[in-house]
Design a binder for this molecule. Structure first.
Ligand code: UD1
Ligand code: UDP
Length: 412
């Protein structure tokens, strides 16, 4: 810099420019640039773990650019997590909003392509299995930008789920695959991924790693913070261990009236014995109002023991999870959090990607079957699960991922 100020004639300036370029190049080499794509609630939450690791320990090595597709946009489905979890404001917001799968994904694809072309990132970082994940994977792979997929390898083996198609596509577009569970590694191996591939990694020779779950990083980090900052238990007048927490949002539960009806019939019966708190995803509320028979809706609304509330913040959710006696859910994230906080879980789906928790006996698959839900409830009331061995890492998955992004970059 000093040299640039002192010399001003054209000959020296030429020399100075090349010097400036070499200083600039060496800075770029030291600073890895990642473009993180988020869009839906669980991705914003997962991204908080990596952003926190970067801020804490890699601020001089990794530059993170955040692109929010706008798939989720209500304050309580998006902004609340940025504010509460200290996620930097998004550099891009595509504001795609809700639409059909094709239109929503197409709008994301276009916007992500522009951002990639402008930012020229070393890595595109993707989370989970939503349409935002799918759009990111396809945009990046066509531009030759390597993809790092966090939450790789999960499978429901049910290709009627939009998420199953999204996650398979994303895994097969990835250069680095970070699996939260050993099951994920086994699934990838069965699909032909070489588990012991060595660097240099590429899309044709991807690196596959069992690194633990960034959601466990978050669960550990925010557990005490939630106790300090959230008063939701008092506000809702709940008692520790005296209520059930339930979430429902999967399209095959919300959009199939018989299934939604069956789940709510079970909740009404359980609600006669124990309070059920239901932070409702906007999709579920919409469908409940549209499809449920009026008598059922009236019964839910008039019940003193069923508490329909809007989606809650992450800290509030942690408090509800930690203080519930049992959790009923079709959410992937909430299933795991029930395990992190040692709660029995009734899975309102025909299958799960998190098979370990079922094998452990702390979760039961009940689908949308009223009888199975009630019998799982009785089972756990009589015999609560006793042990929750660690399955999802040591709370440092995000640090492992940062190290791998850095060490794999020269080889890309
Ligand atoms: C999406 C993901 C799903 C994930 C879930 C997490 C896909 C295909 N699905 O499902 O894998 O588990 O997010 O929550 O990507 N809505 C609002 N406000 C919002 C967002 C959505 O009112 O901020 C309503 C709209 O009516 C919308 C509906 O919810 O049509 C569904 O939203 P969408 O993002 O398409 O799917 P999710 O069911 O949220
Ligand atoms: N969550 C939240 N508030 C809510 C419901 C869920 O903060 O009202 C959190 C939950 O703790 C978990 C994540 O959202 O971390 C799970 O997201 P979601 O259930 O929407 O999607 P999935 O995990 O099924 O993809």
């Amino acid at each position: 810099m000093v040299i640039l100020i002192i010399f001003s004639d054209s000959r020296i300036l030429k020399f100075s420019n090349s010097l400036k370029k070499s200083i600039f190049d060496s800075q770029i080499k030291r600073m890895l640039k990642i473009l993180t794509i988020i869009g839906a609630r669980p991705q914003i939450i997962k991204a908080a773990a990596l952003s926190r690791a970067i801020r804490t320990d890699y601020a001089d090595q990794i530059q993170e650019i955040i692109l929010h597709t706008g798939q989720h946009y209500d304050e309580n489905m998006s902004q609340v997590f940025f504010d509460e979890m200290g996620i930097p404001e998004a550099d891009y917001n595509l504001s795609v909003g809700s639409d059909t799968h094709a239109r929503q994904t197409a709008a994301m694809l276009e916007g992500i392509e522009v951002a990639i072309a402008r930012e020229k990132p070393d890595w595109l970082v993707l989370y989970g299995d939503t349409n935002s994940t799918l759009a990111g994977a396809i945009a990046a792979v066509k531009l030759g930008v390597p993809v790092a997929h966090i939450e790789a390898g999960l499978r429901s083996f049910n290709k009627t789920m939009p998420e199953e198609i999204n996650r398979i596509t994303c895994d097969h577009c990835s250069t680095l695959l970070f699996s939260p569970s050993s099951t994920g590694i086994e699934n990838l191996s069965k699909e032909g991924f070489l588990i012991n591939a060595t660097a240099p990694y590429s899309i044709n020779q991807p690196g596959v790693f069992h690194c633990g779950d960034v959601m466990y990083d978050n669960a550990q980090y925010f557990s005490d913070i939630a106790e300090e900052r959230s008063d939701i238990i008092e506000r809702l007048d709940l008692e520790d261990g005296q209520f059930i927490l339930a979430t429902i949002h999967r399209d095959n539960n919300t959009d199939i009236p018989d299934r939604l009806q069956s789940i709510f019939s079970a909740i009404i019966k359980i609600g006669k014995a124990e309070t059920v708190v239901l932070p409702l995803h906007p999709r579920t509320l919409k469908m409940l109002e549209r499809h449920s028979d009026k008598a059922l809706l009236d019964e839910i609304r008039s019940s003193d023991y069923i508490r329909l509330i809007p989606p809650v913040s992450f800290l509030e959710m942690i408090m509800l999870e930690k203080h519930a006696s049992l959790i009923m859910t079709d959410s992937g994230g909430v299933q795991k959090e029930s395990y992190f906080y040692h709660k029995p879980c009734i899975i309102l789906r025909p299958e799960t990607e998190w098979v370990e928790i079922v094998e452990n006996g702390s979760a039961v698959i009940a689908d949308a079957d009223e009888k199975k839900i009630l019998s799982a409830y009785d089972h756990f009331k009589n015999k609560p699960p006793a042990s929750f061995p660690p399955l999802y890492g040591d709370g440092r998955a995000a640090w492992f991922i940062c190290d791998m992004l850095l060490s794999s970059t020269s080889s890309v």
